[in-house]
Design a protein around this ligand. Sequence first.
Ligand SMILES: Cc1cc2nc3c(=O)[nH]c(=O)nc-3n(C[C@H](O)[C@H](O)[C@H](O)COP(=O)(O)O)c2cc1C
Length: 179
Amino acid sequence: MKKTLIVYHSRTGNTRHVAQALARRLDADLDEIRIVQPMGGALGYAACAIEAIAGLTPALRPMRRDPTAYERVVIGTPVWFWNLSSPVRSWLARHRRLRGRVAFFCTMGGSGAQRVFAAMAELLRKQPVATLALTDAQIEAGFDDRLAAFVQSLQTPRRVVRVGSATRGRASKPAGAAA
Ligand SMILES: Cc1cc2nc3c(=O)[nH]c(=O)nc-3n(C[C@H](O)[C@H](O)[C@H](O)COP(=O)(O)O)c2cc1C
């Protein structure tokens, strides 16, 4: 069985950037979640907003990797209106029976991470072994230390660890719980 798969959606590149940096550290395979009909500009932004708020699940393009072939899957999403991005919602809805360990990361302007992690855990019916929340400013400034802590928590997954802008270090409640 292969070790780690990272799946992510990215509209403007931040989540892709984090996913790629994580893949280099973990020597992991990467797979991008892409929607069938992407839309740019203001119309696309409005579509993202509506889909995220309404909890819609847009059609996805075929994925390249089979997540059931991996020991652990790391799932990355941008925060959209304090919600999970709709393409990642679609992917999670398809993989409710994922067996291996999961971990989550999200990118955001500044808030919504804990709500997003809780929604991801609920869709998968599985708590993540670790979570990482990064703001756009942190991504811009360099996030090596946070990424290293996240990787470390993935490799010692006995206890749930939250790493991110809001909470760092070991958490006393499940990482998917809303803050
Ligand atoms: C439709 C939309 C809604 C957003 N809503 C939020 C939000 O509720 N909270 C937040 O902190 N950032 C929000 N953002 C900012 C993104 O989460 C952030 O810029 C993220 O890094 C984008 O990731 P990407 O470049 O991979 O698409 C939103 C962005 C978009 C496009």
